[in-house]
Design a protein around this ligand. Structure first.
Ligand code: S3P
Length: 453
């Protein structure tokens, strides 16, 4: 990784926009892009991944799978998305990495790869930037140790760097995750692929199911109880060890978590109309749209009845226009299902009539920054009425925002939230460390300018 920019070097200013019109381009879904690279490395042969998000996080996973022995070629790129050709000897042919595996800012790279590495008989170290080094890894270490792998981390196994000494033969476990986390669930299932016996992961609140779908598409029998697909309720996932993954090509649909910034931008701006194409509307990812719908956002699209399948995932086009938003109550289950969208939903709440409450948002403290503190500080600086009590957030609206300096804390979702706020705040809003948007959305600021033309 290059030298990080000095504070202020990457700050951006956004001015109040007169209107928003057009079709912002979306990055390929970040969660699916990571998984496509990892699964391509576990299967023997060659595959093409088209439309992967070209953010820094996914690039970290590409570098890691290459360090393990897969050949990863960028066959085309457009500054937002990238097509990869991956050729792999298969899981049995992967080798011990020569150096430290640098996940940089990417928690998904660290968590998912640790599951894979736990089942490979060699030594590896996963590390990252200062943000990643402050994010918890005990949630990964505990189940992977129970499966027979050896893992160690800094601060009595709390924080990265993470050392993984994998085992050729893990044993399957039946494990209930302590926090709703698709990353933890995925790490266990990925380790379970090469374990003896079945591996079951139980979730009290179902989280995104891309790993399970993508494994099924590659020939692994993944069973779900109950069979219903939505996020929210509990779920148990089981797979048997020893399955060989089929190599397949993967197309990556547009990232709904990236789309959320434009859904809110258009809903809160008084003169706007935006269209988003091929947005992934996997049933475990659409809570953000249900919540915005409840807030009376004028979103149109086949979100709940889509039959258009792209790369094994439901997709649809969405259009959104200026809306008169109403406050809502967001439950802890909804927080889990819209975990990455809570910062931008907080901005939406500042423009909604009434008091919005968000309960049980504690997991946001474990993201790229403490997102509860970060979003409250940034939106307060713009004049929003937002208060935090324990893990609950309360926002009173509507409030006319006033441009001011904000701190993105090197967190891509905060940078994009404050930039969207700048579109409706009077005057100019500056965002310190705005370049962090490129972690998930490299062309975000280009799109933002284009919509105002
Ligand atoms: C992700 C799961 C979520 C999410 C992250 C991506 C994934 O993290 O916040 O951006 O791809 O599995 P947790 O599983 O830690 O909640």
């Amino acid at each position: 990784m290059g030298t990080p920019p000095l504070a202020g070097e990457s700050s951006r200013s956004v001015s109040e926009a007169t209107h928003l019109r057009g079709e912002p381009r979306l990055p390929g879904d970040k969660s699916i892009s990571h998984r496509a690279l990892i699964l391509a490395a576990l299967a023997e042969g060659e595959s093409l991944i088209t439309g992967a998000g070209d953010g820094r996080d996914v690039a970290s996973t590409a570098t890691i799978v290459a360090a393990l022995g897969a050949t990863v070629e960028r066959v085309s790129e457009d500054g937002l998305n990238v097509d990869y050709r991956v050729a792999s000897p298969g899981a049995d042919g992967l080798h011990e990495p020569l150096g430290i595996l640098d996940c940089r800012n990417s928690g998904t790279s660290l968590r998912l790869c640790s599951g894979v590495l736990a089942s490979l008989p060699f030594f590896s170290i996963l590390d990252g930037d200062s943000s990643l080094r402050s994010r918890p890894v005990a949630r990964i270490i505990e189940p992977l140790r129970l499966m027979g792998a050896e893992l160690h981390a800094r601060k009595s196994d709390a924080l990265p760097p993470l050392v993984v000494i994998g085992r050729q033969k893990l044993h399957g476990i039946d494990y209930t995750t302590r926090v709703p986390s698709a990353q933890v669930k995925s790490a266990i299932l990925l380790a379970g692929l090469r374990a003896e016996g079945p591996t079951t992961v139980r979730e009290v609140v179902a989280t995104r199911d891309h790993t399970e779908r993508m494994l099924r598409a590659r020939g692994v029998a993944v069973r779900r109880e109950p069979e219903s697909e939505a996020a929210g309720g509990s779920a148990a996932w089981t797979l048997d060890g020893g399955a060989r993954l089929k190599q397949i090509d993967q197309h990556v649909p547009g990232d709904i978590s990236a789309a959320a910034f434009w859904l809110v931008a258009a809903a809160i701006h008084p003169d706007s109309e935006l269209t988003l194409r091929d947005v992934g509307v996997n049933p475990t990812r659409i809570a953000v749209i249900s919540i915005l719908g409840r807030m009376h956002a004028r979103i149109a699209g086949d979100v709940f009845h889509s039959t258009r399948v792209l790369g094994g995932e439901l997709t649809c086009d969405l259009s959104v226009a200026s809306s008169d938003l109403e406050a809502t109550d967001i439950t802890p289950e909804e927080v889990a299902a819209a975990i990455d969208e809570i910062p931008i939903l907080c901005l939406a709440a500042t423009q909604a009539r009434g008091k919005t409450t968000i309960r049980g948002a504690g997991e946001l403290r474990n993201k790229e920054s403490d997102r509860i503190a970060g979003v409250a500080a940034g939106l307060s600086a713009l004049g929003a009425r937002i208060s935090v009590e324990g893990d609950n957030i309360t926002i009173d609206g509507p409030t006319k925002l006033v441009g001011a300096p904000t701190q993105a804390l090197d967190d891509h979702r905060l940078a994009m939230t404050f930039a969207v706020a700048g579109l409706i705040a009077s005057g100019s809003t500056s965002i310190d460390r705005a370049d962090s948007a490129a972690v998930s959305y490299p062309s975000f600021f280009t799109e933002l300018e284009r919509l105002q033309a």
